[in-house]
Design a protein around this ligand. Sequence first.
Ligand code: ADP
Ligand code: MG
Length: 320
Amino acid sequence: MTEFELIEKYFRRPASRAVLGGGDDCALVQIPATQNLAVTTDMLVEGRHFFAGADPYRLGWECLAVNLSDLAAMGATPRYFTLSFALPKADAAWLEPFSCGLFALADRHGVEIIGGDTTAGPLTISIAAMGEVPPLKALKRSGARVGDEVWVSHEIGGAALRLYACWGKTTIPEAHAEALKLRMEMPEPRIALGEFLRDFAHAAIDISDGLCGDMAHILRASNVGAQIHLSAIPVPNSLHEKLLGVEREMAVKLTLSGGDDYELCFTAPPSAHGAIAAKLAALGLRGGVIGHIVAEPGLQAFDERGVALSLPQSFDHFRG
Ligand code: ADP
Ligand code: MG
């Protein structure tokens, strides 16, 4: 299979919304005059973001999901993406399921591929995703205000718990294992929620590196602080059990700083509480308010008895 046969067979799709899709030197898209173009890109590297030999279907899903999650966190509606990757070899047994996973998620959100780049090399996948958001409606990190409630869209910590189990640092009951594996490998970008929040939230971020680290970005950008409560943070049952048991210390760390769940963390005025709670319920999400925004800078987290918790650092690629 040549480079062009590979692109043609697995990644070229007819343009629907785009003026011109893949196949030329550039794609052409028309953005409505009433919209801003939201642009994001995320790269996944074998051995760094996923294990060598990772399931290709899930990997295809995941590398688009992490990009769509950024659009969701901005309140944007996804429209287009490009796919650039380095592949060790043109292997149909890998490419077929990879492209199926990728397009399963793409079709679900009506987002179309409009180009990319393909080269031989160590497995690295980079996607750029583009979406539309009405001017002034984008959910920036800098919009949080004192008095806002801080929300999380759904359970967090599950992906990190699964990772810890993979590393042999803990065990997960068989009954929970597959659900957590799915959680880690096939995150759900919260697109519908992000679109809804345009009219309600002041600030938002998607939780990729861990709750505390990602919340800190909102707090810094907004020049505010926050107080959050451990017991209010939604976690999967398997993690909840560990919060009550001998592995509590680890479980607290995973809850506060476990990454890769791709849930949204957002702030909104108390007046929006009812509308947001109803929307989460309608979407089948177990999210809720975990704290509130205060004037004093910095993040404080409290345990069930109101005792301040020391906050773990979140993941940093150059610190480890
Ligand atoms: P150029 O040399 O102009 O950069 P390429 O040979 O890299 O063009 O790509 C040819 C066409 O195929 C372009 O339209 C490009 O967008 C598309 N393309 C390349 N790789 C991919 C890919 N992995 N997925 C989708 N489209 C791709
Ligand atoms: Mg090229």
